[in-house]
Design a protein around this ligand. Structure first.
Ligand SMILES: NC(=O)c1ccc[n+]([C@@H]2O[C@H](COP(=O)([O-])OP(=O)(O)OC[C@H]3O[C@@H](n4cnc5c(N)ncnc54)[C@H](OP(=O)(O)O)[C@@H]3O)[C@@H](O)[C@H]2O)c1
Length: 512
């Protein structure tokens, strides 16, 4: 991530160089991710003139299609999912460089045909032999495809050309499988060639957490245990599992959201300032923050973690059936669709400051935010006045849907007596910046093509996240579902989550 003032997808965009010429190879090019997010993001990059002249897109999938039919499918996908009105010139430019390779991913001849296509693209279009292999496949194919790329020689960097591998989430199912996957990938690619994507890190407001903390002198001096009472990190979704029941029932909210998205937000909030914005300086500080995070007591895990599952209820006025009624979900499933927990961070900055994390599906509102509650003023001179209670200061960093930040503080109500009310100073991104609609993948794809891994997870970051949640997975296995709390779809989550935070003398911010 270059530190420049301009954002890539909003005018003005001078100061950013075009990405390196390369072949962008998508395994799983017939899937939802390709159509809904990757292709629209590539279109936005093309429109912003950030793709090199030598760029080409190679779709690899098992459907019997001609290259023209593949281009037709991609055109159709852009018609449905482009984030802004497309122009015929950009559309034609992007589609004209699309190629297609049909094949099964476990068949060596697929990789031989891919090699021939890449050689042809290098000759015709000038990719300089650079290749980005994007695995938009089910997770159980990540290692097999990487191994085949290794066997066929496609992972080898020769003659100054680079070869990179992008891995989607979920990265592993637990600590052991994440370690095994890292091991398998590292047999073929070096760590510097692997880009483990967490699309949360492509969001402008997530990246802005670092800027807010480290580009302003006023926050850092109070960003510690002396001034902060506790932190709440919320990722609330209104969507239910919908058609993803079968997949989700094996995953659940903890695996789906916590070691990746929520821990990235936690790391950005809790990390020490890096000494520069070089990828490894940032990733090492994030790693240290995640490594220091832990449940308060390993022998009482269930006291600090709540899991819940939604029952039928209205979400935004629409009836949502209970989780167990969703297609593909076991009728007596104990998979959690909600999780809340209290974590502590063992270091000088955060000792004694609880971090409360919660995430869930089918909740009353869609909201991602980090709320930082400050300690009370050390002395209040308002004892002999009508002031009954002072509210603690609060800083809320809103990630989505309305991106911005708000500072809540106390102010005097006009009038002859001292009366105080909590007021809010609000900053909205859209009031200041001309944001082009984006998918959230543009920055990440651009960074892969320019070789900047700052916003990607290193192997040790991934494993550190799994290490923190491992005791929870173990405790849940032993509890066999007995601690699963029900919550109605459209609510703020299970009552037990409220009790969890109340035990610490705090309360959740309302979701809806
Ligand atoms: N969709 C999203 O919004 C999203 C967001 C974040 C992460 N992800 C991750 O991105 C990856 C892809 O997700 P998706 O939603 O695009 O999935 P998807 O719609 O199911 O597409 C999967 C792709 O993989 C191919 N595939 C599946 N099994 C295969 C096999 N045995 N051999 C060869 N090809 C096979 C499919 O080909 P066929 O068409 O021939 O079946 C399809 O092209 C997953 O790891 C997912 O967790 C997705």
């Amino acid at each position: 991530m270059d530190v420049v003032v301009e954002r890539p997808f909003a005018a003005p965009r001078h100061g950013l160089r075009r990405a390196d010429p390369c072949a962008f190879v998508i395994f799983g090019a017939s899937g939802d991710l390709t159509k809904r997010l990757l292709l629209p993001a590539l279109y936005n990059l093309a429109a912003a003139q950030l793709l090199a002249d030598g760029f080409c897109l190679v779709g690899v999938a098992r459907g019997y299609l001609s290259a023209d039919e593949f281009r037709g499918n991609m055109r159709e996908a852009l018609r449905t999912y482009a984030t802004a009105k497309t122009t015929p010139e950009t559309l034609d430019r992007l589609l004209s460089c699309c190629r297609y390779v049909r094949g099964d991913f476990d068949d060596a001849s697929t990789y031989a045909r891919l090699q021939a296509e890449l050689d042809d693209a290098a000759r015709a279009g000038g990719t300089h032999g650079n290749c980005l292999f994007y695995l938009a496949t089910p997770p159980d194919l990540f290692a097999p495809v990487a191994l085949e790329l290794g066997k066929s020689g496609l992972a080898r960097e020769e003659g100054g050309a680079w070869r990179r591998l992008v891995i989607e989430k979920p990265f592993g199912f637990d600590l052991a499988s994440a370690r095994a996957l890292n091991r398998e990938l590292l047999e073929v690619f070096s760590e510097g060639q692997i880009y483990r994507i967490d699309h949360y890190l492509g969001k402008e407001t997530v990246q802005n957490i670092m800027v807010l903390r480290f580009a302003n002198g006023m926050f850092e001096p109070i960003w510690n245990r002396d001034h902060i009472d506790h932190v709440q990190i919320t990722v609330a979704e209104t969507v239910s599992v919908e058609q993803r029941g079968k997949l989700y029932d094996h995953t659940g909210a903890l695996r789906d959201m916590v070691p990746n998205h929520l821990f990235q937000l936690l790391a950005l909030t809790a990390m020490e300032p890096p000494n520069c914005f070089a990828a490894d300086a940032v990733r090492t500080e994030k790693l240290k923050a995640i490594t220091a995070a832990h449940l308060p007591a390993n022998d009482r895990v269930l006291a600090d973690v709540v899991r819940g599952q939604y029952t039928a209820g209205p979400v935004n006025g629409k009836a949502v059936p209970g989780y167990r009624a969703a297609g593909g979900v076991a009728p007596r499933s104990t998979t959690e669709t909600y999780v809340a927990m209290r974590l502590m961070i063992d270091n000088w900055r955060w000792a004694g400051v609880p971090f409360y994390l919660r995430t869930g599906k089918a909740l009353g509102a869609r909201r991602t935010e980090i709320a930082i509650k400050f300690k009370s003023a050390p002395f209040t001179p308002f004892r002999d006045t009508p002031v009954e209670r002072l509210t603690r200061n609060l800083l809320v960093l809103r990630i989505q849907p309305d991106e911005g930040a708000a500072l809540h503080f106390n102010a005097k109500i006009p009038g002859p007596k001292i009366r105080i009310e909590n007021v809010r100073m609000d900053f909205n991104y859209k009031d200041y910046f001309d944001e082009a609609p984006s998918t959230g993948y543009e920055t990440l794809i651009y960074d892969c093509m320019t070789g900047d891994p700052t916003l990607f997870q290193r192997a040790d970051n991934i494993e550190a996240g799994w290490r923190v949640v491992e005791p929870i997975l173990r405790a849940w296995r032993q509890a066999d579902g007995s601690d699963l709390a029900a919550y109605q779809a459209g609510s703020d989550g299970p009552a037990a989550a409220g009790e969890l935070i109340e035990r610490g003398g705090h309360e959740w911010r309302p979701i809806a």
